[in-house]
Design a protein around this ligand. Structure first.
Ligand code: 4NP
Length: 160
């Protein structure tokens, strides 16, 4: 497989310790399940820099692992302006993150590749993945189910 056929995907949330690292871990897991791993470059980042270098929130790690997804080795990074050129798909977890990403450079080319992740959700609700950081365990479960079904739908749709 040549390098040019690799599809690059970056998920973006606020802290890069809950929602977007989960999406990174689930999409990696699903592409591995389907034998498509080598065709994808999958990453995540946060629009805020407070947690750079940290492992995902322990509650998010625990919820993911209950469902067979290990995100423990991922480390938080800060979204960079150059990511806008480097990635094919930049998927924001909520509208505020989408605005922050496009604030870097509001060009049409970027507006086409930067999208709300839940555009791909078969049950999109308000198109935002709720931030579970300040809530209880149930919030992490809810985030897992939203992110899992949306990752599967995203993969089906881009491979279609
Ligand atoms: P995330 O959740 O954006 O899904 O990683 C958050 C993590 C940390 C903070 C906010 C949201 N924080 O304010 O530190």
């Amino acid at each position: 497989m040549s390098f040019s056929s690799v599809i690059s995907v970056q998920f973006v949330c606020l802290g890069n310790i809950c929602r977007s690292p989960l999406a990174e871990g689930i999409l990696k897991h699903v592409t591995r399940e389907r034998g498509l791993e080598s065709q994808f470059l999958i990453a995540s980042s946060g629009t805020g820099a407070w947690h750079v270098g940290q492992a995902p929130d322990s509650r998010m790690q625990r919820t993911a692992l209950i469902h067979g997804v290990d995100i423990s080795r991922q480390r938080a990074r800060h979204f960079k302006r150059s990511d806008l050129d480097a990635f094919d798909h930049i998927l924001a977890m909520d509208k505020s993150n989408l605005r922050n990403i496009l604030r870097h450079s509001p060009h049409e080319e970027y507006e086409n590749k930067v999208r709300l992740f839940r555009n791909y959700d078969p049950e999109p609700g308000d198109y935002e993945v709720p931030d579970p950081y300040y809530g209880g365990d149930q919030g992490f479960e809810t985030v897992f189910s939203i992110v899992e079904r949306t990752c599967r739908q995203f993969l089906d749709q881009i491979l279609d």
